[in-house]
Write a protein that binds this ligand. Sequence first.
Ligand code: MSP
Length: 513
Amino acid sequence: MPSSFYITTAIDYANGAPHLGHAYEKVLADVVARHMRMRGRTTYFLTGLDEHGQKVQQTAQKRAIEPQVLVDEVAAVFRAMLTDLNISNDDYIRTTEPRHKRVVQDFLQRLFDKGLIYKGQKTDWYSTRQEQFLTDKDRDPDGSWPEIYGEVTQTTEENYYFKLGQFQPWLIEHIKTHPDFITPRFRQNQVLEFLKEPMNDLCISRPKSRLTWGIELPFDSGFVTYVWFDALTNYYSAVAEKGLWPADVHVIGKDILSPPHAVYWPCMLKALGIETPRQLLVHGWWTVNNQKASKSTGNATNTLGFAASHGADAFRFYLCREMVVGQDADFSATTFENRYKADLGNNLGNLVNRLLNMVGRSYAGVIPAAAADEELEQNLRKLWIDTEKKFSADFLEYQLSHALEALWVFISAMNAYIEARAPWKLAKSAEPADRARLDSCLAHVAEGLRLVATVLTPVMPATCDKLLINIGRPVATYFDGQLAWSNVCTGSKVAEKCILFPPVEPPSVIAQA
Ligand code: MSP
């Protein structure tokens, strides 16, 4: 396994407010990035903003400001979201930056010089909303244009085309011989299905008469480049001088898999003689109260209020636990509060407090050494070994929800262990055997919590730091040698009490349908 790990998210469009979809993708990538760092891999985590295109130009015009002023504003809002969610990105790329423009123009020039970009004229259907030409394949079965395209009109235009079509056989072969390229696997079929039809060449320019807010073609100043050609290049331009290419994972939503990431991007790179990224991790779509996360209701943006009310960690946990990567998921205040109260408050938070309480009362706050080793203790340790294996395996496949589910089975088992051991009764007994059981019970719960907090740190960094500090342990920064059951907690001085998940009033922000 290579020691470096380069992960990216899609770069968000600079034409609206950040919402749940943007937030989720950053959290997913952040959790994976933090996990990889703790595995000892030199990780580079990139996210950013997609700032060119017609919509930005139009919005700026409406507000009578320069597009650059608009995108600077939007960038500040998106970056504030990253801070609010405790996202640990190493870099933030904006497509208006000179370091990016340089690479886009270099790509265009190289393709032009190789004869892979040519000038042509076409009369075609054009969607202003999507800023792309359409073909009859894009129509609904009844012949109408799907709503996502907005108004569609016939337009004749001279433009530059990238010879995408000639890479089709290579791409099909590449996808078939790299079964992990598109993850989860079932998404591959969608792409291969798309590739059954002959692929057209890709129009990669827009005449300046129609769009000026873009990167100029280096070989024709009458045109700017198509936003997708511009945007996709960010993954490369950000690290062009860092020797980090190819990317290990591009985290993207299902709507931008095919054709942009699964077709245009690998073909662009192939044409340039650059290695393709190793993997596309494709997540599903969030709905809010089972409704499309649309801008009009504001619901998708308002969900971010839960990070403010319940804390970024609870929000991160909810998103990772609730969405099975690859499938769609629904956000609702009810499921959020259930997870907050049950999974976090009752299952984890109370367990921590029970431990602190009893160690405080019976051992003056110092965690005892395990003395008895009976079946209950052995079972708990065995369960940890299985849990850790499953957790790691799920994580490496980006199945965070399954990993967390397994971890909570273990946390529940610790609660059941405490119930069975009833340390509050043992504390009253004068029998030496009972004292030994009490020692063991508290030592085991402390150790179990240490292990849980260690593997959970990438998901809930601040909470896990706090948990570890409260049980007298250093915060977890790496996994190596830290995931085996040990007795390192013995002798640690614990805090008197620690409220990890206080009861809070939910924000009254998500309108019911
Ligand atoms: N700018 C392009 C991406 C260029 S990448 C070279 C774009 N931007 S976007 O702002 O519309 O979306 C950014 C990411 O958020 C995409 O991966 C998209 O799938 C994701 N999401 C947007 N809404 C979403 C949901 N409701 N649910 C989950 N993710 C969704 O596309």
